[in-house]
Design a protein around this ligand. Structure first.
Ligand code: ATP
Ligand code: MG
Length: 569
């Protein structure tokens, strides 16, 4: 491809709307163009990369027996109502006005609809179906360029099995395929245990790329081999437990205590013996939740524990109506209304606790949660903190930011039960199909790749997904010697099956061309100029390392091939 003819609208300035390097560089390198919040056009240079990523994904999905199909993005709303997911997705789902249609944010329902129609016998399984298709999500805060957009490409795969062992096998195949996909794309990634969120199901793992631009937090300890999304991470923090003395509850005035820290300071209490009360609505039913001291309630864990489609914190007026007090004065004793209660595991059997009196400006002390509260269950509800002992070996947890590039789920029978996708097993008994679902964000692979492989001058592509493998910089192509040598090299490289972007622009200064080559970031830049041609040589610059080699013109094709192989292409 000749640069003089190729459409690459590069930008000299960093666009103000772009904050993170991958977004800035995609715009500067003419790969994408923003259309509206969270909506992007993929320009030729960008789309070349997207297609390479998609091809790698296709190859690895085909290798595990996946069959590619293509599902409609426009869906009747009622099928999503049958699985309660119109509610679960809430405002994130796009609705078509005046029609009972939605734009699909994922495709479990539509896959199950096909399975229900055609997969009736144990002999019809296992199946792995996948697609690479546009997804729509009305993200409340689109940000970081294509990393969180409102229209994006996802590879989504679904497995259908007759047994839980079968699901384990299908899941493992996807796990392995995902590892190969990220490795081939040149991504440095790690895997964490994850929450299933609105998907439902039993187990799930996320594929993560460490990045300051990440919106996920992961807790891990390398030595223990423990890694989990903060939404599910646990630690071995000891329970609060019991104290010997156990007198009756006693009300006391706390006019200046709004937060746990005020209580701790003014009444010389250990923070963990304060039971902080929160009120949440789960599918519009109120719950009173108790946490120890300053432990943070983890909403993902709460949602999982309550098996709710939606959760939200109660508003101030609701708090007052339900408990008779404002936040900071709520507790288990002397409640105004009957409200279901759960607590964090650390509080199980705890006594000697202080908590709100459901009367502003008052608390109770000596609360024995077994004796004085009506807690129906204890769950792990807290967010772990850095430094706490990990659950495997008790070594200190570290917490880092990451971007999720893929997520695999053991769905089980949630969708097959809701949509009656049943099969007859070998004994002629009807059973729901056991399903898995597996997603990869195509945009996020590209963005994370750039996050990991860039410097102040531009992108440094891995050969496997680079738009072109080789960039030829013709230095002063007005010179016959330069132009003829560069043209010949261009032809020979293309004949050898190498994708080349040839900077054949006349009247453009060498410095300007070098800057563009660095910005666009092809793995190799072959510099063809009089300086080295005089001795029959060209210079090859390896973009990622910055290393330079001088090679004879006639060996340049072989040298490029060998270097690309060395670089993993
Ligand atoms: P997140 O937690 O980041 O919102 P998610 O858990 O909703 O993502 P999944 O439903 O698991 O995402 O979707 C599968 C994959 O699709 C994700 O791993 C991610 O790579 C990609 N993806 C999800 N949402 C977006 C988005 N808004 N923009 C770009 N890619 C996305
Ligand atoms: Mg996810």
């Amino acid at each position: 491809m000749r640069l003089s003819k190729y459409f690459i609208p590069t930008l000299k300035e960093i666009p103000a709307e772009a904050v993170i390097p991958s977004h800035q560089l995609m715009l500067r390198a003419g790969m994408i163009r923003g259309l509206s919040s969270g909506i992007y056009s993929l320009l030729p240079m960008g789309y070349r990369v997207w297609k390479k990523v998609m091809e790698i994904i296709r190859e690895e999905m085909d290798a595990i027996g996946g069959m590619e199909l293509h599902l409609p993005a426009l869906n009747p709303k009622d099928i999503w109502e049958e699985t309660n997911r119109v509610e679960a997705f809430g405002d994130t789902m796009f609705h078509i006005k005046n029609r009972d249609l939605v734009l699909a944010p994922t495709h479990e329902e539509i896959i199950t609809h096909i399975a229900q129609a055609f997969v009736h016998s144990y002999k019809d399984m296992p199946q792995i179906w996948y697609q690479i298709q546009t997804k729509f999500r009305n993200e409340p805060r689109p940000k970081s360029g294509v990393i969180r957009s409102r229209q994006f490409l996802m590879k989504d795969a679904y497995s259908l099995d007759t047994s839980w062992e079968g699901l384990d096998e299908s899941y493992q195949k996807h796990f392995d395929a995902y590892c190969r996909i990220y490795e081939r794309c040149g991504l440095d990634y790690f895997v964490v245990g994850a929450s299933s969120g609105a998907m439902g199901g039993s187990g799930s793992q996320e594929f993560m790329v460490e990045s300051d631009a990440g919106e996920d937090l992961c807790a891990f300890n390398m030595e223990s081999g423990y890694a989990a999304n903060i939404e599910v991470a646990t630690s071995q923090l000891p329970p609060v437990g019991r104290v010997d003395e156990n007198p009756d509850v006693e009300k006391f005035a706390t006019p200046n205590a709004k937060a746990i820290d005020d209580l701790v300071e003014q009444f010389d209490l250990p923070a963990e013996r304060c039971a902080k009360a929160l009120v949440y609505f789960a599918d519009e039913e109120p719950w009173l939740i108790f946490m120890s001291g300053n432990d943070q309630l983890n909403e993902a864990k709460l949602q999982g524990a309550l098996g709710a489609n939606t959760i939200r914190p109660a508003h101030d007026e609701e708090l007052l109506a339900l408990t008779g007090a404002n936040a900071g004065s709520i507790g288990p004793v002397n409640l105004k209304t009957k409200i279901r209660q759960i607590a964090d595991m650390r509080l199980e059997h705890a006594n000697g606790m202080v908590s709100g009196a459901n009367e502003n400006g008052f608390h109770y002390r000596n609360i024995d949660l077994d004796r004085d509260a009506n807690i129906e269950a204890y769950h792990d509800l807290r967010t772990v903190l850095e430094g706490e002992p990990d659950p495997v070996k008790g070594l200190p947890l570290k917490v880092k930011k990451a971007i999720e590039v893929g997520h695999i789920f053991k769905l089980g029978t949630k969708y097959s039960e809701a949509l009656k996708a049943n099969f007859l097993d070998a004994n002629g008994k009807e059973q729901p199909i056991i399903m898995g679902s597996y997603g990869i964000g195509v945009e996020r692979i590209v963005a994370c790749h750039i996050e990991q492989r860039h410097d102040k001058d531009g992108i440094a592509w891995h050969p496997s997904i680079a738009p072109f493998q080789v960039h030829i910089t013709g230095v002063k192509v007005e010179s016959d010697l330069v132009r003829e040598s560069a043209e010949k090299l261009y032809d020979h490289l293309e004949a050898a099956g190498i994708e080349v972007l040839y900077d054949d622009r006349a009247g453009v200064s060498p410095g300007f061309k070098f800057k563009d080559a660095d910005l666009l970031g092809m793995p190799l830049n072959v510099i063809v100029g009089e300086k080295h041609l005089k001795d029959g040589n060209v210079e090859i610059k390896i973009r990622h390392s910055g290393e330079r080699r001088i090679v004879p013109v006639e060996n340049a094709v072989e040298a490029c091939k060998a270097l690309l192989e060395e670089l993993g292409g």
